[in-house]
Design a protein around this ligand. Sequence first.
Ligand SMILES: [Zn+2]
Length: 451
Amino acid sequence: MKHRGNKTYRFYKALVIVVTFGLLLIPGYALAHISDIMSDPTPHHPAYIQSRDDLKTVVIPPRSSPYHLNPLSTMNLDIAELIQQVDESLILGYLENLTSFGPRLSGTIACNLSAQYLYETFQGMGLEVRYHNYTDYTVSGRNVEATLPGTGSDNIFIICGHYDSVASSPGADDDGSGVAAVLAAAEVMRNYEFFHTIRFVAFSGEEQGLVGSSHYAEDAYAANETIIAVLNADMIGFAPLPSDGTKGKIFENEASEWIVQYSQAVSQNYWDYIGIELTPQGETWGSDHYSFWQYGYDAVFYHEHNFNDYYHSANDTINHMNLSYSSRFTRLILATLAEMALQPRPVLEISSISGGLGITTQVRNVGELNASDVNISISLTGGLLGLYDMSSITGVDLLAPLESTQHKAIPFRIGTIEIEVAAWASNADQVTKHATGFLLGPLVLRLVVTP
Ligand SMILES: [Zn+2]
């Protein structure tokens, strides 16, 4: 049934677009737009651009120091207490306030008044708040950002949604639901302390092509901010059938799969308070998480299971939403965020591999916790006739934050060799690095680390 409904919707949307733009655009162009969006796994996309090609192209060097958290296996009672403070009446209040301005099209007075409302609401919670202004050739506007500083780390975790809407719609679900989640998270989290820094961000310019979030991610990247995870909520409040209310979608790229696993574990641990099972969907460029992907940050996009029948219409109203679903979905994102922000971790980094007499490697703990039972291995393969195969492992019981340890292996052969260095700990992810070199007895010459 679900599949059929989706097809009908897509056909309808295709028909509308063809009829609306068919006379204005050459047919090839209009068809390119339709196929670009139809090949994406969700219909949710910026309303006022034609295709992914209209988004800004970003070319950046790859980011280093991945910092992946593993989910905890048990429920944290503080977090259970925290998420129960999110209920339907809290969400409803924010939705009523947001929709009271009328359609929040970027650049209009209603949109600016919404920004002011968000600013003042965050301010009233006692949070640090700022406007993040941006100017683009299509639209200028402001994102609203509130910060809850971490007690022990500058690593940043973000919850976000977009507060702008299309011209004809009150945007209750798209994306009042996401912004209500951001506000609700801020309202309950401000009373607790977290190890890492949390940011609550509402973007505008989403419908014009993810413009607000693109500038935000660009500026964060330029400032070398260590954003570890971005949780983007866009349309989390439509569930007309009881069966829709127990399912949710999450979109991720390969680098962000750890966030999906983390959030799925959180959903299981706090099931009694959430009751939503998340299904990973893969990549889409249809919402603000995509801007963070472009700058090499890990981000996911939370989205309702049953796509809203009233999308981008005057009927995207609160009374077409399921507030139980919206508040439980908010709890899921909040619990994921809270648990991540509480959790310091050791993070290993292979900071160097060098040749000379033997091979020397240096491993550093770039995280915030002691790494326990650290192991470092150096493996060599190749040599004359490819017959050489050696491996050397060493270990230390403890590696404190910002400390390094060294391991040296002395081979004895002739020929070209492949080198693999790996480091792992009982409480940190394994990291590996590769290099090549030429062996002349115990001397390692022309060592080149693979980027
Ligand atoms: Zn949206």
